[in-house]
Design a protein around this ligand. Sequence first.
Ligand SMILES: *Cc1c(COP(=O)(O)O)cnc(C)c1O
Length: 424
Amino acid sequence: MRDETIAIHGGYTADGTRAVAVPIYQTVAHDFIDAAHAGAVLDLEVPGFHYNRINNPTNDVLEKRIAALEGGTAALVVASGMAAVSYAILTVAAPGSNFVVAPQLYGATFTYFAHVLPSLGIEARFARDDSADSIAALMDDRTCAVFCETIGNPAGNVVDLEAVAAVAHGGGVPLMVDNTVATPLLLKPISHGADVVVHSLTKFVGGHGTTLGGAIVDGGTFPWTDHAERFPGFNLPEPAFHDVVFARDFPERPFTVRARSVQLRNTGATLSPLAAFQLLQGLETLSVRLDRHEANARAVADYLANDPRVEWVSFVGFPDHPSYDLAKRYLAGRVPSIITFGAAGGYDAGLAFFDALQLFKRLLNLGDAKSLAIHPASTTHRQLSDDERSAAGIRPETIRLSIGLEHIDDLIEDLDQALAKATT
Ligand SMILES: *Cc1c(COP(=O)(O)O)cnc(C)c1O
């Protein structure tokens, strides 16, 4: 099946039936046939559902669908993209361990890595840039993962996944990537060496800016048993889950089973089934939306690049973008509908442009049917120091646009009037 079809029909449920979008199964718990059945479900010996914090039939369909699109062995859906990021890290890391990160990150991911995980004794080591060499330089025998965004948000850099995967695997650790901006329709990281993929489903997958959600996809690729000392959580009996040895007992999907049964089960960032249902509806139209997002984005980028009031435009569809060649290689010539640019006049012009927008929404989101704008220096990245901001690729005047599905002429009219106000 091709992606457009997988997004609508893909994946099979545990009983072998196709994972179609079922009506929401709205209940907290699921009844057992008898005690033997209860025991088998609770011990994960047979597939089934018992309590919705851990899984439910609607979320199960979304998991099967995302796993099928990413080419993974299994997926776990959770309440938000940040829950997915945090569960993914906490599934491999332990106090005293570190992980190496490409520096271009979503704002909350940066804050979580830089300022929250250290209090748990887990160190995020920020590489100087997203190159394999810079990442390799920070790895040591306490490193437990390499993490990057496949396309940095908001920086827009496309990571050379195969080179970074080689460095991660050479050091005996998995490559974990956030594939939110690309979506599995533009990029399939597992086929380029990633072992774990996380998503904010809130963005392009949901597509309408109504519903938060996140996912962790297990590539089923990483040889946890070859690195038993570094990953005791996969190789020793797990006291939090009746002494299961995840890598031995669930060799195809140890990561998502461990994330579900240790993190989700006990800390409960559960996606509600109603949210899963809404995200599934979004997923069904993702392919047609992405086409329109891309066409509109190319037209807006051309317009901005030709306007003398605009000082610079960063769009991965332009040959002068530092990631142009990597985008061609990894995204097969497609581009996400994210544009960053700066109007002449620095911070003040950025702010004035932002405040003057009438159609574009001033919103902390991307991948919405509606066109959105943000001025990171005064919003998403305001709590970062100047150095942290510039390491994340943000300038004082930077405006990030997420181009939606409206008529292109209306978008350009709005940009034109806002530029006029910002540059007079
Ligand atoms: C939005 C986003 C997140 C966080 O997702 P939420 O669903 O808002 O929690 C993580 N990573 C990236 C790249 C994002 O764009």
